[in-house]
Design a protein around this ligand. Structure first.
Ligand SMILES: Nc1ncnc2c1ncn2[C@@H]1O[C@H](COP(=O)(O)OP(=O)(O)OP(=O)(O)O)[C@@H](O)[C@H]1O
Length: 336
């Protein structure tokens, strides 16, 4: 029976299994409340990205979910287990990679993987098989006998992830997996994440790169001031904030003046001879704008369409009074 029919009949639709859930998660350091009642609901086999300004509490959240530190309150389940009551069960289901790389720099890449296999009690033969498979999968065969000191940043990051995968975790915490990587290595890392998810792994991603969240995440949450201030798909978050506009640049001040009068409340820059006209960027709106310019013989030298991106969402949701990033929201004020 299709989901719509089930709903019509009042039957509950089956929910996909959850990798991570939390209700009312709280954590304070002394007087400072870092996580102030956080709810999480992350489906298995998806990428969840947590965004937030520096110091928002992202690392604290990852540390709690991965059993490194305890929460002060709330109900948490990771792979079905409570990290406080059953940390070993959580640890056996998760892998953590990122800023604090587990790579031993005195061992070769292959030896690092074999050490991980030992730590996971895989046995000699299975350990060797797994190490060889991961070296192949992460394009590290030629580098296997060298120490990571001779690796590029991208190779070190790939070895780090490969080491995490030795234990075949169902949930992986990726803390800023591509910081410092060049564009090609970033894309390789994105493909690795997509392949993991295609294999059913759940990825909890923290990143400073909003385009990374946009590319990879099924759902994105923005943490600010101890709370999740927004949660949804990238498209849902972008729709939440105004900011779409068309920017027109004119050749002469007279044309700028006439257009500004015709369009009413728009943001203008007399020096650059530009106007920002609120618009959803649709063909229909663009056509009527161009028709008007034609009909009035107003000469626009340049036209560009701006739709809100995740940067706009981030700034709008995490903006502090007096923050210089406020300029990014000019377009939203135009629309207000
Ligand atoms: N062990 C600790 N003792 C006291 N305060 C702490 C401790 N760990 C973190 N904090 C504080 O908690 C807040 C959240 O820190 P956290 O590292 O979780 O933020 P973050 O979002 O990961 O930041 P960033 O993006 O800079 O890595 C910060 O104000 C930090 O100073």
């Amino acid at each position: 029976m299709n989901p719509a029919a089930r709903t019509l009949l009042g039957m509950t639709t089956s929910r996909s299994p959850r990798a991570i859930t939390a209700t009312g998660l709280r954590k304070a350091y002394g007087e400072q409340v870092v996580l102030d009642g956080i709810d999480l609901d992350i489906a298995e086999g998806t990428v969840f990205s947590l965004l937030g300004p520096n110091g928002a509490g992202k690392t604290t959240m990852v540390q709690i979910l991965s059993t490194l530190i305890g929460a002060d309150g709330g109900d948490i389940r990771v792979a079905g287990h409570d990290p406080a009551k059953d940390p070993d069960a959580v640890r056996s289901a998760i892998g953590v990679t990122g800023q604090f790389s587990a790579v031993d720099h005195l061992l070769t890449g292959e030896e690092n993987l074999l050490l991980m296999a030992d730590l996971n009690y895989l046995g000699r033969r299975e350990g060797r098989r797994r190490a060889a498979e991961l070296l192949e999968r992460f394009d590290l065969v030629d580098a296997a006998k060298r120490t990571p000191a001779t690796y590029s940043g991208g190779m070190q990051r790939r070895l780090d992830i490969a080491m995490t995968l030795v234990g075949q975790p169902r949930i992986i915490f990726l803390d800023e997996p591509t910081s410092g990587l060049d564009p090609r290595s970033r894309h390789t890392m994105w493909q690795i994440v997509r392949d993991l998810v295609a294999g059913g792994v759940t990825v909890f991603l923290t990143t400073q790169y909003l385009d990374e969240a946009d590319q990879l995440a099924d759902r994105i949450a923005v943490l600010n001031g101890g709370k999740l201030v927004a949660e949804g798909t990238a498209e849902e978050l972008k729709r939440r904030i105004p900011g779409g506009h068309v920017r027109l640049r004119f050749a002469v001040p007279g044309d700028l003046e006439r257009a500004a009068r015709a369009f009413g409340e728009v943001s203008r820059d007399d020096e650059a001879l530009t106007l920002q006209v609120p618009s959803d960027g649709s063909v229909r709106e663009l056509r009527s704008l161009l028709d008007w310019l034609d009909a009035e013989s107003v000469d626009a030298e340049e036209l560009s369409v701006h739709t809100p991106d995740l940067d706009d969402v981030f700034f709008a949701l995490t903006e502090k009074p007096g923050n210089p990033t406020a300029q990014v929201t000019t377009a939203q004020k135009v629309n207000a």
